[in-house]
Write a protein that binds this ligand. Sequence first.
Ligand SMILES: *Cc1c(COP(=O)(O)O)cnc(C)c1O
Length: 406
Amino acid sequence: MFKQDTIERFAEIETPFYYYNMDVLRQTLDACRDASSQYGFHVHYAMKANFNTKVVAAVQAYGFGADCVSGNEVKAAIEHGFDKSKVVFAGVGKSDKEINQALDADIFCFNVESIQELEIIDGLAKAKGKVAGVAIRINPNVDAHTHHFITTGLDENKFGINTWQLHDVVVMLRKCANLKFLGIHFHIGSQITDMEVYKNLCTRINEMQDWFENHGFAIKILNTGGGLGVDYHNPDGNTIPDFESYFKVFKKFLNVKPGQEVHFELGRALVAQSASLISRVLYVKIGQKKNFLILDAGMTELMRPMLYQAYHVIENLSQESRVKNQESRDKNQEEGDHSPLTTYHSPIKYDVVGPICESTDCFRKDVDLPESFRGDLIAVRTAGAYGEVMASNYNLRDAVKSVYSA
Ligand SMILES: *Cc1c(COP(=O)(O)O)cnc(C)c1O
């Protein structure tokens, strides 16, 4: 929902751009901090969801840690002031250069995704005379019940170490003098809204920690990963994710032993609802079978619909102000003469598409919108996660801009 003065502000700005509502961001961060701190849980922000400087600075101010998936993210996290003792580094393909960067930065923990990677980190740490903290990323074979493009915790996924390899893991860990085993890590997918999934994950984590302890490895860190979903269908009615229920599941079902820490890596849930992509209608094509709204934003600004068939609410903001103006005219009219009130047009179905020379460059087909015109402002909602970070300059497009609320 945009206030009238915000829409008027947009009218002055060149499109397309991301609009960040910093109040929504702070309310979300408040809710997450309150819900996690009551159980003493540690939250790391998954930088890859959004590394816009202002967004990251706002998150960092809450004292969360950082979950990074590249050497540059590690570097950016430290530059943004994240405490190095709260920086973790995951990723199935960490290069030697990235591992060295992270060793130099003295980060807290590498979340290790293969046996070979253990050996490599050990060797690089040894060369520097350091000891690297490691957690084993285990692929628990838990179905995240999310879109198959964003599930990560099944045997068929490339991420993590499968449970049948754990014997070899402990053999390797015993050999690696420059590794310090800290615990176990999981991340089973993204946009998870079914709490049953997390309950199943807890069961697997409990089994896994028993397994390690039975093999003589004490566990300090239980890192459950991220993945909490947001409501892409109702950004105004359901803005803040249900952090209470989420953390409660872990409190209830995770077997946390004395001295252990429980870590979380949330990305999307913290930032998704704080931004919209704002664009203008360039052209309206009315056809016999299809109507198209051609926007000045496309997959180069927001790729989620094209990459994962993701759903975003699409709104015509100019129409919202036209209706308001019309309503106030109608009201004046009611008070005066008795001529008939205006009837509003019923929605039209449009395929809302971008300008990029690819057929997949479509935000959604058959979107019900009021009659729309060249120059109308269009908002694509819930675009704060995996939006701006995936922007590209394909077709030699301008870099996408960002605009912030106070
Ligand atoms: C992407 C990622 C996250 C964050 O996922 P969200 O769905 O945005 O919460 C957490 N941990 C790891 C290892 C990741 O790759």
